[in-house]
Design a protein around this ligand. Sequence first.
Ligand SMILES: C[S@@+](CC[C@H](N)C(=O)[O-])C[C@H]1O[C@@H](n2cnc3c(N)ncnc32)[C@H](O)[C@@H]1O
Length: 474
Amino acid sequence: MGVDEGFDMVPRLSRGSEDMREWGRFIDIVRKYYQDDAQVKVYDGYIEFDAGEHPMLPFDGHKFLRFSSKITGRSDKPHHVCDYIKSVRAIARSIFGSRVRPWTEAADQFGFYDWRDVHDSIKSFTNDSTTITVSRFATDGNDGSVADYPLRLLNDQLYEILDIPNKGRGLVARCNIRSGTRILYEKPLLIVRSTSPDLVHRTVASKLMALSKEEQRQFFSMHNNFPGQHAFAGIVKTNALPCGSNAVTAGVYVKIGLINHSCLSNCHNSWNSETQHETIHAIKDILAGEELTIAYDKGIPTAARQGFLRSSFGFDCRCELCTCPLPEQQASDDRRRQIQLLDEQVGDSYTVTTNPTVSLQACHTLLKVLLDEYGTSGMALVARLYYDAFQIAITHGDQARAKVFAERAYKARVACEGEDNPVTKRINGFMKNPASHDSFALGSKMWRSSKTAQPRNLGAEDFEKWLWRRQGSS
Ligand SMILES: C[S@@+](CC[C@H](N)C(=O)[O-])C[C@H]1O[C@@H](n2cnc3c(N)ncnc32)[C@H](O)[C@@H]1O
């Protein structure tokens, strides 16, 4: 018998240096505070409190989700578990503020995390494992729908709006979300042309009149980093997302407008020009309690990126990459510079026409650097790269390779933009019939092949050699 009580950490801590430093400070205080307490035991990777259900604190903050125990009336030990919960919670609060979420079943309050995730997190530090295994994702139902997660109670909403340290409000994953899941599909409250602040202000003022009182309230509640004479233009500049790449119009969104930026984001936003909606997809597996982020920039090196975010959106970025130690930042900058150079090489139409092997090699190198920099979350860039490779191959009549590149571009685009995106649909057409592309054999016919001419029985490595026309392949 008894009731559960404790606190959860929401958003969960990242591996970023700021979170690691704060957690280290917290652990130091806890250790000092209990140094003479025989019931508090320090093990290799965690601290265990010998009371109640033995709540624990890992040394790695990113593995921590919950500190809790069942509270029963009696205890045969000098210190009762509820005293530990109270004092550890107070120390945590003094460092992490509202990120510490107290709850007690006695008052019908429940923790943020599913117990299965809590048990997985505990296993990750008591079994000395470096990774957190995840028992289930929200979309593990056979039909891809939300499975038996407590989030059913939240109308299947995969996120919650919360205060995020140093960033205002933001969206936090309510459950584990698998890469490729569509998290949001939203119609803009307003679409505005990018013109002078004065004109944007006047356009918004007239568009607001056509909106309901609730929609107007939502617009006015948005963050404004450029207050002043043209307040509406300031709200648009702070929050709007372009309606597609190179678009002259931008949309303002009630929910998507709450998604903060990260230079290594876990979500991808894109404009569906057919349905006139913005979509948000997970581009990596996201754990419950992680903040959802998109990239407001195009992945440039630190100094240029931070300058861009400051002048275009009016804030100093506090993401994991921008706050990581200098050597890591420099390594990332080197990769991003290399990505920019390779991108230019791949896009050089003269080389594509006259020396396509060089263009294809640049694509292949670019793929490797993208994976180094972004891991699996570089999916949108990878999709573009495969489409570039498709175009190189098809320009010289090579339907066999073009088909494989189109298939890979399609798969990546479905994951980050969805099957209903018009560009994804177009690529689906090229996948089925590569020769339908306008550039088919336009450069030469020197690589001519049929769309079914892929080699059979090659191992994965040899297949890649063939695909990228690397040495030793025909
Ligand atoms: C589109 S709004 C996002 C929602 C906003 N946090 C709010 O409370 O309404 C963009 C603003 O959020 C904050 N923000 C977003 N990403 C950030 C980041 N990586 N670092 C610091 N602040 C950030 C900045 O103030 C930025 O201007």
